[in-house]
Structure formats: structure tokens, C-alpha cells
Write a protein that binds this ligand. Structure first.
Ligand SMILES: C[S@@+](CC[C@H](N)C(=O)[O-])C[C@H]1O[C@@H](n2cnc3c(N)ncnc32)[C@H](O)[C@@H]1O
Length: 362
């Protein structure tokens, strides 16, 4: 077991505010401007930590972490991550996200798009970059509430789409939507990707949007996906990433609020992280998008949460218990602010979004 695997998410305090200034923020007693200032300071501190000792030291740390990932399980703390986001009632996400319920970065080519338009624009970009076409067999890993799966099912009526996530509410939501829209070409599996078994050579495309950040052993992942793809098949992945630094969201230690409450077992990949795991699938091409796209997305999510504050509180009361609803509403606000500030940091040139298309190696 690696040091990363040893983090015990069960120890995490979930229903009472943190001590100190963070607790004041969690109780809603600090203005947003101050919270955002604190988040930007955390970003600066993170960069200083990652850069400490200069490039040689930073690279040695990165190589050690890559070796740990290679020795790790495919994904860790999957139950905690699932509970933190994905088992919440879909109504919460219907209130905060856009029409497509895309729980990942949207695309703002002019910067003036609405959230709904930006969701559509990113989905269309995936269609081009993943070279999706009608008639394909498409596997989506980490399908969320079906933003891409339902879009593909509508756009490519003769494609057969198999969507996978570890969340039962997500599957029920997609199945209901597919029925309501008359889409018979979608199948949804509820399965932890650690245990996912699929027939060999069954898919033309595998697509995955902001799920790799929940995973660890990319060598194992890419080997399994390579096995599920046909010889000419392609994998398309969208992740958020830091330009150069790879680091885990720890649940202990200083900078751990995100790891503790929202992203246990999660990872901030570096833009080049997957290039180190190219034994079975190799990157054919990569695109980088400035983090400002994610900053806009998260600002839209926050604005929608705030506009529906009463309804959000009622849903969170069901999910976390009536005594914790206010605390969790504020934590979700802080989470959206953290995304907005982190990806907006340095005009989106530090933390960003990366797209990759992989083909069989060799
Ligand atoms: C950030 S969401 C992205 C959802 C969707 N791709 C979108 O863009 O709207 C990550 C997705 O990965 C799924 N996921 C995370 N860890 C998983 C695991 N170990 N096994 C299966 N699915 C997982 C979550 O349930 C969720 O559907």
C-alpha cells in the first residue's frame, strides 16, 4: 500500500464546521471577497510548494508520484468520492448546472455564452476532437448525468452508447431521460471502474470527461481501455490539469479542504501526466484550453445556486440532514468559488483543461 492509499477518508469530519477562519467561512460569516482572496492565496501557496527546490527537486517529486500511481489501485476511496458528489439527488445539479447537466468544464469561444450555450459548445467540440460518427460503438466512462451520453445518442441515432458510472442515481436519471426522449441506443452500467469488465474489442470509441482525475493507476486504465477498443479505436479524454505539476488532493495536512470534502482520492494531473503511461495507448494529439473556461463555468454554477438558494437548501437538507443543510450549501458555494478562482488564477494560464486523443501504441 502506498502512502497515498493510506489516507483514511472515514476519519473525516463532515457535519461540523472546521475550526478557525475556515469555520467562519463555512458558517457563511465571511464575505465572498475574503474567501476568494483566501483561495487565491492557497493557489499561490500550492505553486510555491510544488516549485520548492527548483526544477530538479520538483521533477524528482513528480517521478516519485508517478511511480506511486503505477503501483496503486486503479482508483482509491471510490465510495467517499461517490458519496461526496455523485449520490446527491440529481435535483441539486439541475438547480446549479446547465440544461445538459454537464458536471465539467463548458466551452466559451467568445466569452459571452450562456451556461447552456457553453455546454453545447463543449459537447460539439468533443464530437470533432474524438472523431465521433454515427454507427459507432461508444463507451463513456464516468458519464455523470448523461450530458455527453444523451447528446451522442441524439446526434448519432445509429451509434450504440454504453455509459458507465459508479452512481445509481446517475443511471436512473439517464435511463429516465433516454426513455422520455425516445432514445433506444443507450445502455447505462453502474459499476466502479476498478471492477469494470467489458468484452474485448467491442468499441470504436471510448470517451471520458473529468473522470481520470478520480483515478490513480493510468497504466492499468489505459491497458484495460486498449483491450475494450477495436484495433482502430480511439480514446478521447478531457481532464482538468495543472500546466506542469501533478499532485493529489490530500485529506490530511494543510491544504486539504478540497480533498476532505469534495475530492477524496482525487488527483490534479499535470498536462503531461498521461504521456508517462503510453505503453498500450499513446497520445495522438493534445489540446489545451485556458482555465478561464472553467472559471466561467464555475461562476455560472455559483450564480445558479445562489439564484435558487431556498430550493437548494431544501434538497441539501434531504441529502445531509436538516441540521447540516446550511453548512453544506455554503460548502458547495465555497467549492464553486474554489474552482472559479483556481482556474481563473493567472488568467487561466496555470490550471487549465486538457483534451487528449489516444490511439493504440506502437
Ligand atoms: C466530474 S464527474 C463528470 C461527469 C460527466 N462526465 C460530465 O462531464 O458531466 C465524474 C464522473 O466519474 C464517475 N466516477 C468517479 N469515480 C468513479 C469510479 N471509480 N468508477 C466509476 N465511475 C466513477 C462519477 O460518478 C461521475 O459520473
Amino acid at each position: 500500500m502506498s502512502a497515498l492509499d493510506a489516507i483514511d477518508a472515514r476519519e473525516l469530519p463532515r457535519s461540523s464546521p472546521a475550526p478557525g477562519l475556515l469555520g467562519l467561512a463555512e458558517r457563511g460569516l465571511l464575505p465572498d471577497a475574503l474567501i476568494r482572496h483566501g483561495i487565491r492565496r492557497q493557489c499561490a501557496a500550492r505553486l510555491a510548494t510544488e516549485r520548492a527546490g527548483g526544477v530538479a527537486a520538483a521533477e524528482a517529486r513528480q517521478q516519485a508520484l508517478l511511480a506511486e500511481l503505477r503501483a496503486s489501485a486503479l482508483a482509491i476511496h471510490t465510495a467517499a468520492a461517490n458519496e461526496q458528489h455523485y449520490e446527491l439527488p440529481p435535483q441539486f445539479f439541475q438547480l446549479c448546472l446547465g440544461k445538459r447537466l454537464k458536471y465539467s468544464c463548458a466551452y466559451y469561444p467568445t466569452g459571452a455564452e450562456s451556461l447552456d450555450e457553453a455546454e453545447e459548445a463543449m459537447l460539439a467540440l468533443y464530437g470533432e476532437r474524438a472523431q465521433l460518427a454515427d454507427g459507432q460503438d461508444i463507451l463513456e466512462l464516468g458519464c455523470g448525468w448523461g450530458s455527453l451520453t444523451l447528446w451522442m445518442a441524439e446526434r448519432y441515432p445509429n451509434a450504440r452508447i454504453c455509459a458507465v458510472s459508479n452512481s445509481t442515481p446517475q443511471r436512473l436519471y439517464i435511463e429516465e431521460q433516454a426513455r422520455a426522449r425516445g432514445l433506444a441506443n443507450v445502455r447505462v452500467l453502474t459499476c466502479d471502474v476498478n471492477r469494470l469488465a467489458l468484452p474485448a474489442g467491442a468499441f470504436d470509441r471510448c470517451v471520458s470527461i473529468e473522470m481520470f482525475e478520480h483515478l490513480r493507476n493510468y497504466e492499468m486504465l489505459l491497458a484495460r481501455i486498449a483491450g475494450w477498443l477495436r484495433p482502430e479505436g480511439r480514446l478521447f479524454a478531457h481532464v482538468f490539469a495543472h500546466r506542469t505539476h501533478l499532485y493529489p488532493f490530500e485529506t490530511r495536512g494543510e491544504d486539504n479542504w478540497m480533498g476532505r470534502h469534495f475530492f477524496t482520492g482525487g488527483l490534479m494531473p499535470a498536462a503531461d501526466t498521461f504521456l508517462w503511461f503510453s505503453r498500450d495507448l499513446a497520445v495522438e494529439t493534445r489540446w489545451l484550453l485556458p482555465g478561464t473556461h472553467y472559471a466561467r463555468t464555475a461562476e455560472h454554477w455559483l450564480a445558479r445556486q445562489d439564484a435558487a438558494a431556498g430550493a437548494v437548501r431544501a434538497i441539501l437538507a434531504q441529502a445531509y440532514g436538516p441540521d447540516s443543510a446550511a453548512l453544506w450549501a455554503q460548502r458547495w458555494r465555497m467549492f464553486f468559488m474554489a474552482c472559479a478562482e483556481t482556474f481563473g488564477y493567472a488568467r487561466g494560464q496555470e490550471w487549465l483543461v486538457a483534451h487528449y486523443r489516444f490511439a493504440r501504441a506502437g
